[in-house]
Design a protein. Structure first.
Length: 427
């Protein structure tokens, strides 16, 4: 039997696809790419925006249209958050939620036996524990995403994720230890710890995110540890000080901002002010040499005035992020913000997004330019063209070099010579 996965959304979804893929491989399935013929096509959906839902539906229909004799499965956040809409997808033979990922083999076997459509969507419940899940490899790469946290208790006014993922729960350190050791034995050299609200890792437990990083750093074979997206108000001075003592920790922080305007932050139900965010950035840059800070910024949130946008733009420029992911606000059904409408016109959102992107791209190019002539350590991950290899610095700057030798998996000191819009060029 052959199975193909098509994954939408975040790093947590990518991890969960790897987890389900290993379950099927261990049962004798051959995993193929989604452009190949397969008996099962599995869409791991995202629901963070209405557009993500649309993509999930489109792909379910596309795979069924192209492969009418194959079974199509939809899992992930979309069925979990909107089970009624998922069940309306008549092209889906199995509909399951992210809570059922560990049951994918059981559901496939049930489908093969009964030849009947299956809908299996269990709601998240308060007090539920972290669903046990571990992986041993990561798609033949040397860098692996490792999910250690699930769920979110923040309830930002624009966000549907607490409905799709439930409340905060954390992977036990004992389970994480076994997983990291297994990944190291398989050739993984870099670990990226990820979660839905990663900085809440250990909430209600006797451990936190620093414990997870320290555990990874003690594992032979692991050279680098990174963190996925973080919420700024959960990063305490104690955590920063502990991370600062870990040599293998890469000081690249993706701190979700959303807006640099206090009025908008309050309307979004974010739990910090712009000034508090700035103080955290200053603390990180004072603690970590060559620290890089990236972020997400939303423009055109409901009732964001031109003055509010200018406040946000000026604040973002003042922080001088190494990279900014900018996106227009998209009203999400089922959120508290959706009850208040969407007052900013689409064309105005697009205008503001372009201004934000252009201004921050100037800063990113200045950052690249300042790297010219510097020697830095790069862990090379893949060959992007013949004899052209790409890797990342500890601060997650993409770097390419020309080499007649295969340097995948090697950590090498390079000198930055040039740059373009996307990466630095070194030798």
């Amino acid at each position: 039997m052959k199975a193909a996965f098509y994954t939408l959304g975040c790093k947590v979804n990518q991890y969960e696809t790897e987890y389900m893929s290993e379950l099927l491989k261990n049962a004798g399935f051959e995993i193929v790419t989604p452009d190949k013929e397969a008996d099962f096509y599995i869409i791991n959906s995202c629901t963070v925006t209405a557009t993500a839902d649309q993509k999930s539906r489109q792909n379910v229909r596309k795979f069924k249209r192209k492969h009418p004799d194959s079974a199509v499965i939809i899992t992930g956040c979309m069925p979990q958050a909107f089970p009624e809409q998922a069940q309306e997808l008549s092209e889906a033979d199995i509909i399951m939620s992210n809570k059922e990922d560990g049951d994918i083999l059981k559901l496939i076997n049930q489908y093969l036996t009964d030849k009947k459509r299956i809908v299996s969507i269990s709601p998240h419940e308060n007090g539920e524990r972290f669903e046990s899940c571990t992986i041993n490899k990561f798609s033949e790469r040397i860098r692996a995403f490792v999910k250690i946290e699930d769920g979110c208790d923040r309830f930002c006014s624009y966000c549907i994720i607490p409905k799709a993922r439930g409340r905060v729960r954390s992977k036990p350190l004992s389970e994480l230890k076994e997983e990291i050791e297994s990944l190291a034995e398989s050739g993984i050299r870099e670990i990226v710890l990820v979660g839905i609200n990663l900085s809440a890792y250990g909430k209600g437990e006797n451990f936190n995110i620093a414990d997870a990083v320290e555990l990874c750093a003690k594992t032979d074979g692991i050279e680098r540890i990174r963190l996925g997206s973080l919420e700024p108000d959960h990063i305490t001075d104690d955590i920063i000080d502990r991370l600062g003592k870990i040599n293998k920790f890469c000081p690249q922080f993706h701190l979700s901002l959303q807006s640099g305007c206090d009025k908008t932050l309050k309307s979004m139900n974010r739990h910090y002010t712009a000034n508090e965010y700035k103080k955290l950035c200053d603390k990180l840059r004072n603690t970590f040499k060559d620290c890089s800070i990236t972020t997400d910024v939303m423009v055109g949130f409901n009732n964001e005035s031109e003055e509010d946008f200018e406040d946000s733009l000026n604040f973002v420029k003042s922080i001088r992020f190494e990279k900014v992911h900018t996106f227009p606000y998209s009203e999400r059904e089922g959120t508290s913000a959706s009850r208040h409408g969407d007052s900013v016109h689409k064309s105005e959102k697009e205008r503001r997004a372009k201004i934000m992107i252009d201004e921050n791209e100037k800063i990113r190019q200045e950052y690249f330019k300042a790297l010219i002539g510097k020697c830095t350590e790069v862990l090379f991950e893949n060959e992007v063209d013949k004899n052209i290899y790409q890797g990342y610095t500890r601060s997650y700057i993409p770097v390419r070099v020309n080499s007649s030798e295969n340097i995948i998996g090697k950590t090498i000191n390079v000198v930055i010579k040039d740059y373009n819009d996307e990466f630095c060029i070194a030798e």
